[in-house]
Structures are given as structure tokens and as C-alpha cells.
Design a binder for this molecule. Structure first.
Ligand code: SF4
Length: 346
């Protein structure tokens, strides 16, 4: 299985797939045989955050279906231009947790490193869609500064590589970075947060597998899948190769109106993830970022969905419903608040 995966990945050229990603709404809709006149409201929505979607992800979208849940995640929509109270450009106040270029130090035991600005896909609900990535792309020298920063905090035992998407970086760059991180004595784990293998499974190539096998650090990969249709055989094969290389695989989803705000879909997602060796980890309430209000699902609906999942799935396949709150030391679990029982007068 692994040999076959690696051979397949070598034939594929993930960087070519990246460069050939759809960037035109018109061409994407033509390809999907959706008349552009059926969907005129996208105009103006992609000025600040253009369309970007690789063909391997487009291949999972149903032809002719404007309401496809995968298409909804990537297609610019007029509602993004609406100004909605409570939805802001930096909902998590991340810019305040940005002690040096490319570094977020929000939690005591781990730091988040933003390797660069690019993502393989532009998700319309992304909470970092307004983040000034151009100020946070990292040079080699700047990465060394981050390594020196982490060395000063012995309580930091995990580095999270994020972005943008860290798997947009070449294998040789990642190798260099991991070698530098291995020099930090108190570091135990390295975690990739990525959506790239979901949209270009060929990204998990032989070189990358060798790299994660070689490192002395424990490797965790948190995938970002929102809908069961995103998991196809090529993706599962890539995950099998990672699992065989000793990588711990987790998933986090965002609860999205019109995509996965449905117990049946979430059940199918958890089952499909486990079939791909991935444990469901978090189901995030949408961060209130400007331009994404039309994806919002209220917390009480999220709690009701989790309660339904508890009746259909074993506990280990039920993700934790969480939200991120600016300034908090960890993610906040979203739980049902039970109204106090009135005291008996008897
Ligand atoms: S891949 Fe992640 S960081 Fe990139 S646009 Fe999508 S949600 Fe945002």
C-alpha cells in the first residue's frame, strides 16, 4: 500500500497542480457546467480574497450543482461584502499575540509559526482572510530568530506550523526548518495544521514521508475536512502513508451553514475520517470574521448537533465543540447551559 502510494505521488506533481488551480469564477462555473447567469451575485466578493481552488478538489464537486457543499466553501458570494455587526477583520485579536514576525505565542506550552502567506485553497469562511500575511512571510534569518525565541521558553514543548498552509512550503525548506527545531532541547512535538492534502492529496509525496519518518520529533498532522465528500480514495491513500510513517492524524472542522450543519453529514464525516485513520478532534464554531457571517451557525444548534452525534457514534468519533475567544488561554468548550432547577417549595 505504501509503496503504491509513494509511486503514485511521484508521478503526480503537486506544485504543478498548485500553479494550475482555478482562479477565475467564470472558468470554474463553466467547468462545472453551471450557467454564470444562475449565480450573478459573486461580483465584487473576490476583490480582497480571490478565488483559488485546485482541480483535485473541484473533481469532488457535483457537476451542475450550485448548492454543492464543497463549492459553497470556495465560491465567492455577494454576502461577503455585507457589513454585519460583531464580524470583524481580526476577531481573535491575533495581531496582539504576534511578538515577532511569523510567530504567535497565545498558549504557554506551544507557539504557532506562520511559515508563509499562501494556501492551496481559499476558504471563504477563513478567520485569517484579512491577516496581513505579506508582513509575516518568513525568511531563513527570521526563522532562526523564532528558534532563538522558543529556546528562551522551556515550557514550550510544541511548535505548530501554520500559515497560510505549511504544506505549501517545499520539502527541502520544511526539512531545513525541522532540523533547526530539533536543536531546541525542550521541544517534543511538531504539529502541521493543513488543508493541502484535502485539496491536493499528491502533496503527501515520498520526500515528505521520508522527512516525517526521519525527524526525532513526534509529528502530528491536523487535517481540515468539513464534509465527507472531501475524502476520496487518493486522500485516504495519502493518510495511510502518513499513518505508516508514524504520524498522528487528527481533524478539525468548522461548523458551516449550508455545508455541514446537519447531524447526518457530521456522522458520515466522522465515519469517513476514521476510515482514513483520522480521529475527529474539534468542531469549531465559526470565528466572527468579516465576510463570513453567512456561514454562521448559532451555538445552541451546534450543541444540539453534538447531542445527536452522541446517539449515532461512539464517543471517540464525536468531535469537541469549541470556540476560540480572544485572550483566552485555550479553546473554549461550547456546552449546553442547563437552566437552574427552581427549588421545591414543599
Ligand atoms: S486553508 Fe486554512 S488558512 Fe488557508 S484559507 Fe483555508 S481555512 Fe484559511
Amino acid at each position: 500500500m505504501i509503496t503504491r502510494t509513494i509511486a503514485t505521488c511521484q508521478i503526480e506533481d503537486w506544485q504543478k497542480q498548485l500553479s494550475e488551480a482555478f482562479s477565475s469564477v467564470k472558468k470554474l462555473l463553466e467547468h462545472l457546467e453551471i450557467p454564470i447567469n444562475d449565480y450573478p451575485t459573486w461580483v465584487g466578493a473576490e476583490k480582497d480574497f480571490p478565488l483559488r481552488v485546485p482541480r483535485a478538489f473541484v473533481n469532488k464537486i457535483s457537476m451542475g450543482d450550485i448548492n454543492d457543499p464543497l463549492l459553497r466553501q470556495v465560491l465567492p458570494h455577494h454576502d461577503e461584502t455585507l457589513s454585519v455587526a460583531g464580524f470583524t477583520k481580526d476577531p481573535l485579536l491575533e495581531l496582539k499575540a504576534n511578538p515577532s514576525k511569523g510567530l504567535l505565542h497565545k498558549y504557554s506550552s506551544r507557539v504557532l509559526v506562520i511559515l508563509g502567506s499562501a494556501c492551496a485553497v481559499h476558504c471563504r469562511y477563513c478567520f485569517r482572510r484579512h491577516f496581513p500575511y505579506q508582513d509575516n512571510g518568513l525568511s531563513q534569518r527570521e526563522f532562526e530568530d523564532i528558534v532563538n525565541y522558543v529556546k528562551r521558553f522551556p515550557e514550550v514543548n510544541e511548535v505548530i506550523l501554520s500559515g497560510g498552509d505549511p504544506l505549501i512550503s517545499s520539502n527541502s525548506r520544511l526539512n531545513h526548518l525541522i532540523e533547526a527545531l530539533e536543536q531546541i532541547p525542550h521541544l517534543r512535538r511538531i504539529r502541521f495544521h493543513t488543508r493541502t492534502p484535502v485539496v491536493i492529496p499528491a502533496r503527501i509525496d515520498a520526500e515528505f514521508i521520508a522527512l516525517v519518518q526521519r525527524t526525532s520529533l513526534q509529528v502530528i498532522m491536523v487535517l481540515h475536512c468539513n464534509h465527507p465528500n472531501e475524502l476520496d480514495p487518493a486522500f485516504t491513500e495519502a493518510m495511510s502513508a502518513l499513518k505508516a510513517a508514524g504520524v498522528t492524524l487528527l481533524n478539525q472542522s468548522v461548523l458551516l451553514q449550508g455545508v455541514n450543519d446537519n447531524a447526518n453529514i457530521l456522522t458520515q464525516l466522522s465515519e469517513a475520517l476514521f476510515d482514513s485513520h483520522i480521529l475527529p478532534y474539534y468542531l469549531h464554531v465559526l470565528d466572527p470574521v468579516a465576510g463570513a457571517s453567512h456561514f454562521n451557525v448559532d451555538e445552541s444548534t451546534g450543541v444540539a448537533l453534538i447531542n445527536q452525534l452522541l446517539t449515532t457514534l461512539p464517543g471517540y468519533l464525536v468531535p469537541k465543540l469549541v470556540k476560540e475567544e480572544a485572550g483566552q488561554a485555550s479553546k473554549t468548550p461550547v456546552v449546553e447551559t442547563i437552566p437552574a432547577t427552581p427549588k421545591s417549595t414543599k
